[in-house]
Write a protein that binds this ligand. Structure first.
Ligand code: PLP
Length: 370
């Protein structure tokens, strides 16, 4: 059996006709930049999140940059970011001119660690970016309390967590702004690059919309210099089409995670955390492999035709890109330990029970043979 890590084709086979119709309609109306398709998607996605505003952007990295910059983050400021994430989270901070401050992560949820976060707050810290990593919400209540007490802005990185809930609230709407990526492999994926910011703050929303569109208020009336980062009509029409299916796809991901959890019991691997106050959307299904056997298990599964991933193999502060900060693994013991034992198993809605059973049986065999 050959099992890919993600299977975008399986999804296209289900909804290909709808997608083709949506794209053809954009082309026949030549509504490529701005226009009704972008507006429709922004409204639909705001409603999906329960947010007042949604601003489409060129990608998720720009969404983070725009939210930070428009919330007033810039030179001389510091922004706290978890030590395990995709580099986009910290890149966006540097782009604003602010300094990144890395925070170690929780041992179970892989999201920002609250006690350590508290210890990192100084007067220069202007913002926090909690990342809902793998689709599992960060612990937002203490983060919001801390932010309020210290007048900090909270920009949620929800790039992996479309539709995830924290104490019943959709992620992205708990902080001052929430940033989403619609990179093709994300839970809601475009057919190219795309992203969005959601917020309930009308002033912030207006500022982001203008900044993303050359600082213009009118076609050639530019109030300040912005950037060019817009959601395009084709991507918007595809996203609107797919958004209707997202709740069902999320249920399928959660069913798959439940199957994995059951079938991996007793193998010795640690399965992802489940807790009653969050609803994870399983962008990734990440296990932890004991006794230094992660790479061996990965090779074993690869031999059986199962593709896996590591998210992420090097903790953010230890990347060459951050050598200037002079960090070592001892500064982030948990993120460092996790990067050595985490393994992402195949996860997508269309993954079948037979495929999951196959993966889990071979995982069990691996430990039985060693
Ligand atoms: C994908 C991702 C981003 C960036 O999104 P792009 O659309 O690829 O720019 C940011 N943060 C996290 C955690 C991501 O997974």
């Amino acid at each position: 059996m050959n099992i890919p890590f993600v299977d975008l084709k399986a999804q296209y086979e289900e909804i290909g006709e709808e997608i083709d119709r949506a794209a053809a309609s954009v082309i026949s109306k030549t509504a490529f930049i701005g226009g009704p398709f972008v507006k429709d998607f922004e409204q639909a996605f705001a409603a999906f999140c329960g947010a007042e505003h949604c601003i489409g952007t060129g990608n998720g990295t720009d969404a983070l940059y725009l939210a930070l910059r428009c919330a007033g983050v810039g030179e001389g400021d510091r922004v706290i970011v978890p030590a395990n994430s995709f580099i986009a989270t910290s890149e966006a901070v540097t782009q604003t001119g602010a300094q990144v401050v890395f925070c170690d992560v929780d041992d179970k949820t892989h999201t920002i660690d609250i006690p350590i976060l508290k210890s990192l707050v100084t007067p220069e810290v202007k913002a926090i970016i909690p990342v809902h990593l793998y689709g599992h919400p960060a612990d937002m209540d203490p983060i919001m309390e801390l932010a309020e007490a210290n007048k900090m802005v909270v920009v949620e990185d929800a790039a992996q967590a479309h539709g995830a809930l924290y104490r019943g609230k959709p992620v992205g709407t708990i902080g001052h702004a929430g940033c989403f990526s619609f990179y093709p492999g994300k839970n809601l994926g475009a057919y190219g690059d795309a992203g969005a910011v959601v917020t309930n703050d009308s002033k912030l929303s207006q500022k982001i919309r203008m900044t993303a569109n050359h600082g213009r208020s009118d076609k050639y009336d530019h109030l300040f210099e912005g950037i060019n980062s817009r959601l395009d009509g084709l991507q918007a029409s595809i996203l609107s089409t797919k958004l209707k299916h997202l709740p069902k796809w999320t249920d399928m991901r959660r069913r798959n995670a439940g199957l994995y959890n059951d079938l991996l019991k007793g193998t010795g691997v640690t399965t992802p955390p489940e807790s009653s106050h969050v609803r994870s959307v399983y962008h990734l299904y990440v296990i932890r492999v004991p006794d230094g056997k992660r790479d061996a298990l990965r090779a074993y599964l690869s031999d059986k035709g199962v593709a896996t991933g590591i998210h992420y193999p090097i903790a953010l502060p230890l990347l060459k890109a951050y050598a200037r900060l002079g960090h070592g693994p001892e500064d982030f013991p948990r993120a460092s330990a996790q990067s050595a034992d985490i393994l992402s198993l195949p996860m997508y809605p269309e993954l079948s029970e037979a495929q999951i059973t196959y993966i889990c049986e071979h995982t069990r065999d691996f430990f039985a043979e060693k």
